[in-house]
Design a protein around this ligand. Structure first.
Ligand SMILES: *Cc1c(COP(=O)(O)O)cnc(C)c1O
Length: 469
């Protein structure tokens, strides 16, 4: 097993070293899909055989997000340091629910560093979670607990006035999922209109809150987007903080990827107001480049965070001595009791690279986005569909074609071909109803030439599709 383990690690390093030589993504052949229909194994086989199966049937047909030309959705690419840390974490397998262990102290240190990175006060709390969706859910849950005005843990929502959250119409779908799961109902997450730069319109927010109060609703929180998923737009965070304070609303920021731009001194001014959030959700598996899954939520008021989740039955007593002692139990700050050692990869990344290097990579990605936007804007046969606040570029190939109706179909076909040929992976969205090729650049392996290649390949495929028609 030891020898095989060494080989697995070598193979992984080979895989990473040769990423560029392979297609970004490959469609799955039927045999691969059929392989995963095999029945429950009653008897085992050798790990060597199973590993071979993995190499043949799994490794080659993954997401492609490690590749330098992957910019779809918002995905991190993983780092070798993260890979090794995950291996060590899994091997050591500590329970991060709480207790007097070095791993628990380590996670507290990572949380302290996160507070520092986003200039949260020293007394703020936080917890590492699976990702941005969970971080958003927890932030909203603490907000609901803090601002409902009654004992929601005991009474639930029975007899309560409808509790309302607000956020821009560009909010991420995970926030709606969170609101639904919290029992508030998606009708009580008000989508506030945005301006032509996709920033939340403060006046529309103020009038929506005022209207709701008059109509007997209870506004309890407002959500700011630090980097919307569609276009990377940053809401006016400072104004939102001020508005939330004056209206006694919880202020949650979804900074899944965008918050990380705060690490760069050059980009920080774009995110002014970020540290004023009551809760801040962000991912470390997107624009911090770590392997999945790791996200974080920071909460300004530690006590309210703890009171939203802590529960101490007899079999989970915290002690002053022994293994049940130690720093505050992180199971008191989220839904999970047993927790994995995801903190290690964040800790090792920060110790190994230092935060300044990561900040420079983030800055480089923004420069790449600005470069791509510029190339697209200058090309007569391309169109930039949204302003670039950060690292997301939405564009399309027009081929100089005057027929707007067919441009959507043309670009959808280009997208399929870009992906299926393995050339590059953008994803898509709609901007003001128009189909957009969308690159979210959170990729530390991308080089400037990769974007030249993307534009050239998009043009070549676009012309080909037009010629076929
Ligand atoms: C990705 C994303 C999320 C969800 O985060 P996951 O880590 O995928 O759960 C939430 N908000 C925004 C803006 C995102 O980009």
């Amino acid at each position: 097993m030891r020898a095989l383990g060494h080989r697995m690690l070598d193979d992984l390093f080979d895989h990473i070293e040769t990423l560029r030589d392979r297609p970004v993504w490959e469609p799955l052949p039927d045999e691969i899909i059929e392989r995963f229909q095999l029945p429950l194994p009653r008897d085992g086989k050798s790990l060597g055989q199973v590993y071979e199966d993995f190499q043949q049937n799994v490794m080659k047909y993954s997401t492609g997000n490690l590749h330098p030309r992957f910019w779809g959705w918002v995905m991190g690419n993983g780092t070798p340091v993260g890979l090794l840390a995950d291996m060590l974490a899994s091997g050591l397998n500590p329970n991060m629910g709480g207790g007097e262990t070095a791993p628990n102290h380590l996670e507290h240190q990572v949380l302290k560093w996160c507070r520092e990175m986003f200039e949260f006060p020293a007394g703020a709390s936080g917890v590492l979670v699976s990702g941005g969706s969970m971080a958003n859910l927890l932030g909203l849950a603490v907000g609901r607990h803090a601002r409902s005005g009654f004992d929601i843990r005991s009474n639930g929502l029975i007899g309560a006035p409808p509790l309302v959250f607000y956020g821009s119409s560009e909010m991420h779908s995970s926030l709606q999922k969170g609101i639904e799961l919290l029992g508030l109902g998606s009708n009580h997450l008000r989508p506030i209109p945005v301006d032509d730069h996709f920033h939340l319109d403060m006046r529309a927010l103020a009038s929506s809150v005022a209207q709701d109060r008059q109509a007997g609703f209870k506004p309890i929180g407002v959500i700011g987007c630090a980097g919307t998923v569609n276009t990377g737009a940053i809401d006016p965070l400072e104004e939102l903080a001020e508005f939330a304070r004056s209206q006694e609303l919880w202020f949650h920021i979804d900074g899944a990827f965008g918050a990380l731009a705060y690490l760069s001194p050059t980009l920080r001014p774009r995110l002014v107001g970020l540290p004023k959030a009551d809760s801040l959700a962000f991912d470390l598996h997107k624009w911090f480049y770590l392997p999945f899954e790791i996200g974080c939520v920071l909460v300004r008021d530690e006590e309210v965070h703890r009171h939203a989740f802590a529960l101490h039955p007899d079999y989970l007593q915290h002690a002053t001595r022994g293994l049940a002692g130690g720093p505050p139990w992180l199971s008191d700050y989220s839904l999970q009791l047993t927790r994995g050692f995801r903190a290690l990869k964040a800790w090792m990344a920060l110790e190994t690279h230092g935060v300044d290097l990561i900040a420079r990579m983030i800055r480089k990605n923004v420069q790449q986005a600005e470069y791509l936007a510029e190339v697209v804007q200058e090309a007569p046969d391309f169109e930039l569909l949204a302003p670039v606040d950060l690292n997301v570029v939405c564009f399309r190939f027009t081929g100089g074609s005057p027929d707007p109706a067919s441009i959507d179909d043309l670009n959808e076909e280009i997208l399929f071909r870009l992906q299926e040929s393995g050339a590059a992976v953008p994803s898509s969205t709609k901007i003001n109803g128009e189909f957009a090729l969308r690159c979210a650049i959170t990729n530390h392996r991308s080089q400037r030439e990769d974007f030249d290649f993307l534009v050239a390949e998009t043009r070549r495929l676009g012309k080909k599709v037009l010629a076929e028609a």
